[in-house]
Write a protein that binds this ligand. Structure first.
Ligand code: AMP
Length: 363
């Protein structure tokens, strides 16, 4: 087993959003310090971390200074230039490494990677211009979704194509950026699996959660998911295949579409994120060891913690002005409130989440 980082070591985190904040909180519980690197002066993670660097991800001098001051580096969001990771990797271990980031931040390479592993995805085709969109539409048809290859999140950089949609409008909607056309999947439900892998290959995953999106943003994640046990087990096997192929270290979030019902269910992977995942926030209050702690354990070379669940749970995101109801939510029995310390409740902004936990039925 790789040498374990002792308590008192410093974990460097690229990105200062809520995921960085919750990683830093979990790290503190194990005796680590965190150093957050983020270009935004007002990053939610700064409030709970020992050290900060406010600099651009392309600032090589700031990156090498950061590398010299931390014992391991991780990242909490995937729109970081792979060059920054490669530069850091020369001086300090970066976990997960640059490969999972490179594969997952481009929707085309992500889909090709999954296809090469024999893992089902929506039918897809690359689109660069009007001609390639015409060819893609001839192969895939409508309804379909045009998605930018890079820098899309929470439904941004996407356009739905119906039979009457003028292809030119869809290209405009994604800013004529390199894109992929994806067949619209008539899914019965959406699930995700949060999995974790240690440097020595030890693997564990949390139970599949069922996700509901609103306006392209995750609304709720619920465990148990209403899927056949065989489907849930298959999702875990797919997660393992992906992380082993990437020689992955840390927590990963994998989103699936479920087609059909009961024994006839079939899984397609929508996408994966090389980081802790919003659909895994329920693990904070329904498991002995959360996804955040397990990510810190994995990147620090510690033994993985248990991923089993002691409670049923529904995680609900608190978006924009919903955060004004904090007092009501704090008073609700059985609800655990997590707020991110963001000052401005802009529309669509993730301000916090609430985990509603209950004893499992029949327990
Ligand atoms: P994404 O940004 O790819 O995670 O998409 C956000 C959400 O949009 C997904 O969780 C689905 O609810 C929906 N969506 C994305 N791609 C498809 C698809 N090919 N077919 C149907 N729904 C989709």
């Amino acid at each position: 087993m790789a040498a374990a980082l002792p308590p008192g070591s410093t974990i460097g985190i690229l990105g200062g959003g809520q995921l960085g904040r919750m990683l830093a909180l979990a790290a503190a519980e194990l005796g680590f310090k965190c150093h957050i690197y983020c270009p935004d002066q007002e990053s939610p993670a700064f409030d709970v971390a020992a050290e900060r660097t406010v600099a651009d991800y392309a600032d090589e001098a700031a990156l090498s200074d950061f590398a010299a001051r931390v014992d391991v580096v991780t990242y909490e969001f995937e729109n970081i230039d792979v060059r920054a990771i490669e530069l850091l990797q020369e001086n300090v271990p970066v976990r997960p490494a640059s490969l999972p980031l490179a594969v997952s931040q481009d929707r085309l390479s992500e889909k090709e990677f999954l296809r090469d592993l024999g893992i089902g995805t929506a039918q897809f085709a690359p689109v660069e211009d009007a001609e390639s969109l015409r060819l893609a539409l001839a192969a895939i048809g409508t309804p379909s979704i045009l998605k930018t290859r890079r820098f899309g999140y929470d439904g941004k950089g996407q356009a739905v194509l119906k039979s009457a949609t003028a292809p030119e409008l869809a290209l405009e909607a994604v800013g004529h950026a390199p894109a992929i056309l994806e067949a619209f999947v008539p899914f019965a439900r959406e699930i995700s699996v949060v999995a974790v892998r240690a440097p020595d290959g030890d693997f564990a995953h949390y139970e599949a959660a069922e996700n509901v999106h609103r306006n392209g943003i995750l609304h709720t994640s619920t465990v148990p998911a209403a899927v056949h046990p065989g489907t849930a087990a298959e999702a875990g096997r797919i997660a393992r295949t992906i992380v082993e192929e990437l020689d992955y270290v840390g927590v990963i979030g994998i989103e699936f579409f479920v087609l059909g019902e009961g024994e006839g269910e079939r899984l397609l992977v929508n996408e994966f994120a090389p980081r802790v995942h919003n659909s895994g926030h329920w693990t904070q209050d329904a498991c002995a060891v959360s996804q955040f702690e397990n990510h810190i354990r994995a990147i620090a070379g510690w033994p993985l913690g248990p991923t089993s669940r002691h409670s049923d749970a529904t995680m609900t995101n608190i978006i924009g002005v919903e955060a004004h109801h904090w007092l009501q939510l704090a008073a609700e029995p059985g609800a655990r409130l997590h707020l991110y310390g963001k000052r401005e409740a802009r529309p669509g902004r993730k301000m916090g989440h609430v985990n509603r936990v209950a004893r499992p039925k029949g327990a």
